[in-house]
Design a protein around this ligand. Structure first.
Ligand SMILES: [Zn+2]
Ligand SMILES: [Zn+2]
Length: 258
């Protein structure tokens, strides 16, 4: 088990439970040394499943401060947010960078021909290319420390082919170049596994072929993220399975990012 988790949601996004304090208490029970709170952050009014700017300013930051005040001596607590990359929000990203310890890039929506496409809906070639371009642009801004579930583009595309391989290569090489951690995501290993075309067992994400490719690079930085939406998710069996995947592929895991 690793001694840290930097991917933790709270009730504020509307599809998770708990306060920072609840996750911090559980993290202390689990003997973690670092816990990062990184709920879905606000970019615009259009998207649901994210806190609004008012909650960010008046509730989120205060809730984390309260946890630090109470438990800061027992565990290191870091302030973060999980955000999409979207053009035109540079001032807001810069503000978040200033006010927080780290940002996670978690791309769940991409623009295809001017329209928002949700990664949970069926994805075509154009959409997965748009995904690659968005996360690469995001990493290049230098605002993000972690790329969450980099292989999420496989969730609703399914078939591994030359294009998905090229996209994996581009994402991995950009992460190395921009010094961004790639995350093996615990919410992916909480889902049912399936078989790929070679009849190997894999999750939709983490996708076996993607991480096999990661394992061929020496200087890539990889962490496991719990992506906890419930307190019981912290360092649960799914997280253990994500660690086992890394071990099986001989991918070196970073325990801590600070
Ligand atoms: Zn979420
Ligand atoms: Zn998340």
């Amino acid at each position: 088990m690793t001694k840290a988790n930097y991917h933790t949601h709270t009730y504020l996004c509307g599809h998770a439970e708990g306060l920072p304090l609840d996750y911090v208490k559980r993290a202390i029970e689990l003997k973690l040394e670092h816990i990062g709170i990184s709920d879905h952050g606000f970019l615009n009014e259009k998207w649901t499943g994210r806190m609004n700017i008012d909650s960010y300013e008046n509730i989120y930051l205060r809730n984390i401060d309260e946890a630090i005040e109470k438990y800061g001596d027992s565990i290191k607590i870091f302030k973060g947010l999980e955000l999409e990359y979207l053009d035109g929000y540079d001032d807001l990203y810069k503000r978040y960078v200033k006010e927080l310890d780290y940002l996670i890039l978690g791309q769940h929506i991409v623009k295809v021909n001017g329209k928002d496409q949700d990664l949970y809906k069926p994805m075509n070639d154009e959409a997965i290319i748009a995904y690659r371009d968005a996360v690469i642009k995001g990493m290049r801004t230098g605002h993000f420390k972690i790329l969450a579930h980099p292989d999420l583009y496989m969730l609703s595309y399914l078939k591994w082919n030359d294009l998905t391989e090229k996209i994996a290569k581009d994402i991995i090489e950009c992460a190395i170049e921009c010094d961004v951690y790639l995350e093996i995501n615990g919410n992916g290993t909480r889902r049912a596994a399936t078989f790929n075309e070679k009849l190997e067992l894999t999750w939709m994400y983490p996708r076996l072929e993607f991480w096999e490719m990661v394992s061929t690079y020496k200087n890539v930085k990889v962490i496991v993220g719990d992506d906890a939406h419930y307190i019981k998710h912290l360092h649960d069996l799914a997280v253990e399975n994500a660690i086992l995947l890394a071990q099986k592929l001989k991918i070196k895991l970073y325990d801590k990012i600070f």
